[in-house]
Design a protein around this ligand. Sequence first.
Ligand code: ATR
Length: 279
Amino acid sequence: MIRAFITGWPVEHSLSPRMHTHWLEHYGIDGSYDSLAKSPQEVGDFLAGLPASGFAGGNVTIPHKEAAFRACAELDDAARAIGAVNTLWIKDGALAGSNTDAYGFMANLDDKAPGWGNALSALVLGAGGASRAVIHALVTRGFNDIAIANRSVERAEALAAHFGVGVRALAWEKLPDEIAGSELIVNTTSLGMKGQPGLEIDLGSAGTGTIVTDIVYTPLETPLLAQARERGLAAVDGLGMLLHQAVPGFEKWFGQRPEVDETLRQLLLGELARREAAS
Ligand code: ATR
């Protein structure tokens, strides 16, 4: 039996167990994927003990992605560029880590907006952890003008400095001026999420070919995406990024590259609807 896990604090809300358990059943693999809540005090020892634990690897979610980054003996390019790890595995008796959020972001757009990577200019709203992954993805795909708008402009400036040429910071108030020149607009802030304030943005000046995507997936159709659709722009929801980011980990631990298909998407939509009804 191959064992994998997800750890976070808290971790109960994570949808990852639903995905991995579905794939284990679908592919008939003798494996498990457990939810392990670890407090910030516990996580260091937990990570240090992983190589001898019998786990093949696992996922790491908030707030442990930076601790996981520090605990790894080996990091891939994405993990290094993003400075956080969400996927761990044991390699030659030591902990190795990747960050698959950038991959998830790219794979979702490849799936839902083919050709998106031909664009060169992007506007990224937000400068947190998710923004780092998105910017790494955009740089990887050859975008050469990436503007980061953030409420606290210092965080946008720090990110722009981290990524260097082609990435610039923008004061939040300057957002309206930037829309017309952006071929891709990405929301990585929590604005528009259920229970959070809305994202006040007018897409009226956006070019007809502009693609708008949101990493928020509760609700699936955020007000930003609804506005994009109303204006006839391509709009891509954030659930696909969550689904796709799980693929590389599953393949590493269980030796099978799993497919992101409509069945999986519907399974998670059902789970989200159940949670909504229960809340
Ligand atoms: P994550 O790791 O998911 O990106 P985060 O690091 O907490 O989470 O970042 C949240 C992002 O949403 C930040 O860009 C934050 O802006 P600040 O850096 O100024 O805090 C943005 N955000 C959250 N609430 C916001 C609000 N009410 N208005 C504008 N931006 C907001």
